[in-house]
Every structure is written in structure tokens, then in C-alpha cells.
Design a protein around this ligand. Structure first.
Ligand SMILES: [Zn+2]
Length: 428
């Protein structure tokens, strides 16, 4: 862009505070120079009329599957990061269940080098806890740490053997690394196609009971309590899972954080209807009662952050029968607009909550600074029009995959501009 950008008469969103009055925001050389009323237009500046729109910190997603290396037909780092930008997200953390798994310095380096070459936003990767996500031997944790990996996870599976996780926590906790747990007792979860309950009985498919997740949430926090490690609980899907985390947080003697995914707040097992594989994910969608409890957990801060668990699969794979189709739903293109449509526009929570949970807290989890729209701050923001709408056509979406119930749906809200430093990443 030209050296300066002036966004006029826009309202600014910040965590923990109400919307600002209309102000002008001036960016020069990638830094927010001034936030004030009636700023003069600098010579040669690009001017954006912001009236009626909202300016807020760009989002950050701490749980994405980019499928590279190994499954690039579903997604790769280039397409995944473009889907993120399309959704107002300017930083992501990749999960390591690729092929080969991201379980050594060699694979971490290959992934980060690729990201540097193709991505327009920073890409972070987690690393495996165990070699090949096999659950038996510890991965080459020290080598990954040396390349900046902070999050360790076998996401896609829990670590079955508590002694393995206990050892990993004793070892890596000392290096300031933390553990992200996909909680699922394998023996209980079975083929993990959907929640066990009236819907699984009706469809005649063996369900995965919520206790398969809840038991491991409690176990993993207990292990963190014993070792002093920091545990982050991923994609919590049930009321009792949320309440278990709340109970441990109230004790105050263990470092526990947790995330919830937009789809677990919005959808339930009944949405599967006639075996619609777009609603097949792991942990599975549970019940309306769980939706209510999870939303309460988000508002009350039991959940520190929102993360999509963006999990692309090809149309061919998702067109299989319900039991055979893979688990997962895409989320990066749709997350922000869908959360506006479903929650903010309906008065469930405010923009300050969304910015806190989907921009500031995920960055803090990764040891990064939040990116508030304030004078002197790095310019990393998006412009949102609450009066416009977005239709999620196949052409609109930048992910290689289309496995989302929002395909071809029109939702309220539109992301009009995404800026990072001196770069305009997106402008509609
Ligand atoms: Zn997972």
C-alpha cells in the first residue's frame, strides 16, 4: 500500500471495553500512528470510509489442520492460510497429525520453511507428544523446542497411556512448553461417528458417549496438577467437560486453559438429520443442553479461547456413507461471520468478548502479544460491516475443501479489509 492508510469514522472494538465512538485511525509504515476524531488526510494516503463499520484486532486460530505434509488434496499451507485471511485471521497454529507426523525437528523445519515461502501470515506449528502420534515413545521434543515449538499435542487422538503423558509433562514442562489435549478414551469412544444418545439409536450407528471425553479431561488436568505442567484442553464438546474444567480452575492450583469450537456452540447431533456428513466431527456434536452449557462456559471464561479445529476433507471423502466418512468441518473462511450472525447479532455476547476469545487470548496462549487497535500498536486488524452479508459459495471460500454446513448459505456480516503491517491482505 502507499505509506499511509486512513480509516475514517469507524468504531473500534477492544477486549473488555464497549465499542468506541466514531474515530479516525491513521496507519503509517505498518504502525497505528493516531486514533482521534477528525484527523487530516495526509498527502497521498489511501482513505477508507469506515462509517457504519467496525475496526478490530485481527483474529488468531490456535487449532487448524493444514494437512501438509501428506494430505495436500484436502488442504495445504498456502490454501489454508488464504482461507484464514479470508476469515479475518492473521495467525494460526497447525496440528501435527500430518503424514509424516510433525514429531521431530526435521519435519518442523520443513513445515516452517514451507510456510515462510508460501504464506502471507505467520504460521506456528505444534509438535507431537509421542513419536508418530503412536502413544508409546516420546517424540523428539527437545529438537522441536529449539525451533520454537511451544505446544505439544497428539491431536486427533488422546495419549492413551497416562504414564507416557506424565513423563512427557515432567520432561517438557520444565522447558516452558505446554500440552494441548485431545481428550478421548479410545476404548470408550469406539468408531466415534456421533454422540451416543437418542440420535445414534435412531440412526442405528454406534455412538461415542460424552464420558469418553470427560474422563480424559479430568485425567489430563490431574496429570498436569501432579507435574506442574500447563495443560490446554482442546475442543470441549459437553456440559460435564466444561464443568470439570471449571471445577479445576476454581481450585486455582493447576495451570489449565481450554478452548471451544464454534461448531460445538452452534450445532447439535439432531442436525445430522438424514446422515449429513457435514455434521460429522470428533468430538461429536452433542445435544442442545450441551450447546447452552458451552456458551455459558465461553461467557463466564471457563473457555479462554475460541478455535475452529479447521479440518478439511475432500468432497469425495465426505460423500461416503456416514460411518466411513472422515471426521471434521472447515472453519477458517466462515468462523467470524458465523459467530457474528449466530451470537453477536442475536445479543448472546458482545464484540469485546469475541475479540478477547478469538484474537487476544489465543495469542497469549502462544506467548504472543495481543494486537489492539491503539496508538503506537502494530497494524494488524480487520474492518467488519455488520449491515452487509456474506454468501459462502464454493468460489468465495479459499480452503481447498468445502465440508461445512454453511456452504451456499448467506449470513449477516462481511469482512471488508484485513491489514497486517504495511500489507493489505484482503480488500472487498
Ligand atoms: Zn482433536
Amino acid at each position: 500500500m502507499s505509506d499511509s492508510l486512513l480509516i475514517r469514522q469507524v468504531r473500534v472494538v477492544a477486549e473488555d471495553s464497549p465499542l468506541s465512538a466514531e474515530v479516525d485511525v491513521l496507519v503509517e509504515g505498518g504502525v497505528i500512528r493516531s486514533v482521534a476524531v477528525d484527523l487530516p488526510v495526509p498527502e497521498g494516503a489511501k482513505v477508507v470510509e469506515g462509517r457504519g463499520r467496525l475496526l478490530m484486532p485481527a483474529m488468531f486460530d490456535a487449532h487448524v489442520h493444514f494437512r501438509e505434509p501428506g494430505f495436500e488434496a484436502k488442504e495445504d499451507i498456502a490454501s489454508g492460510t488464504e482461507a484464514a485471511i479470508n476469515g479475518g485471521i492473521t495467525g494460526v497454529v497447525m496440528m501435527p497429525n500430518t503424514s509424516p507426523a510433525i514429531d521431530s525437528a526435521t519435519v518442523v523445519k520443513a513445515v516452517l520453511d514451507k510456510a515462510k515461502a508460501v504464506a502471507r501470515i505467520p504460521v506456528y506449528t505444534s509438535g507431537c507428544i509421542t513419536k508418530g502420534r503412536g502413544g508409546k515413545e516420546l517424540a523428539a521434543i527437545d529438537g522441536m523446542r529449539a525451533l520454537g515449538v511451544r505446544m505439544l499435542t497428539d491431536d486427533g487422538d488422546g495419549v492413551g497411556d497416562p504414564a507416557v503423558l506424565y513423563r512427557a509433562m515432567q520432561y517438557a514442562g520444565e522447558f516452558g512448553m505446554f500440552f494441548a489435549s485431545h481428550c478421548e478414551v479410545h476404548e470408550l469412544a469406539g468408531p466415534r461417528a456421533l454422540n451416543e444418545g437418542p440420535m445414534s439409536y435412531r440412526l442405528g450407528i454406534k455412538g461415542s458417549p460424552a464420558c469418553a471425553e470427560e474422563i480424559m479431561i479430568d485425567r489430563d488436568i490431574r496429570l498436569a496438577h501432579a507435574t506442574g505442567a500447563h495443560i490446554h484442553i482442546q475442543h470441549v464438546s459437553s456440559r460435564l467437560g466444561m464443568e470439570t474444567i471449571r471445577w479445576w480452575k476454581e481450585r486455582g492450583d493447576v495451570r489449565v486453559t481450554a478452548e471451544v469450537a464454534p461448531h460445538h456452540l452452534m450445532f447439535r447431533d439432531e442436525d445430522i438429520g438424514n446422515y449429513d456428513t457435514h455434521y460429522k466431527m470428533n468430538p461429536p456434536l452433542r445435544t442442545a443442553e450441551d450447546n447452552v452449557a458451552l456458551l455459558e462456559g465461553l461467557k463466564s471464561g471457563v473457555f479462554d479461547l475460541l478455535a475452529t479445529d479447521h479440518a478439511p476433507h475432500t468432497p469425495f471423502e465426505k460423500a461416503q456413507d456416514f460411518t466411513s466418512a472422515p471426521n471434521g468441518i472447515t472453519g477458517l473462511d466462515t468462523a467470524l461471520v458465523s459467530m457474528f450472525d449466530r451470537f453477536i447479532a442475536r445479543g448472546e455476547f458482545g464484540w469485546d468478548q469475541l475479540v478477547k476469545r478469538y484474537s487476544a487470548e489465543p495469542r497469549r496462549l502462544m506467548g504472543l502479544d495481543p494486537v489492539p487497535v491503539v496508538e503506537g500498536g502494530f497494524a494488524e486488524f480487520l474492518l467488519f460491516d455488520p449491515e452487509a452479508s456474506t454468501t459462502f459459495t464454493a468460489e468465495f471460500m479459499k480452503s481447498k475443501s468445502r465440508n461445512t454446513p454453511f456452504l451456499d448459505q448467506t449470513l449477516r456480516g462481511r469482512i471488508d479489509l484485513v491489514v497486517r503491517g504495511v500489507e493489505i491482505l484482503l480488500e472487498r
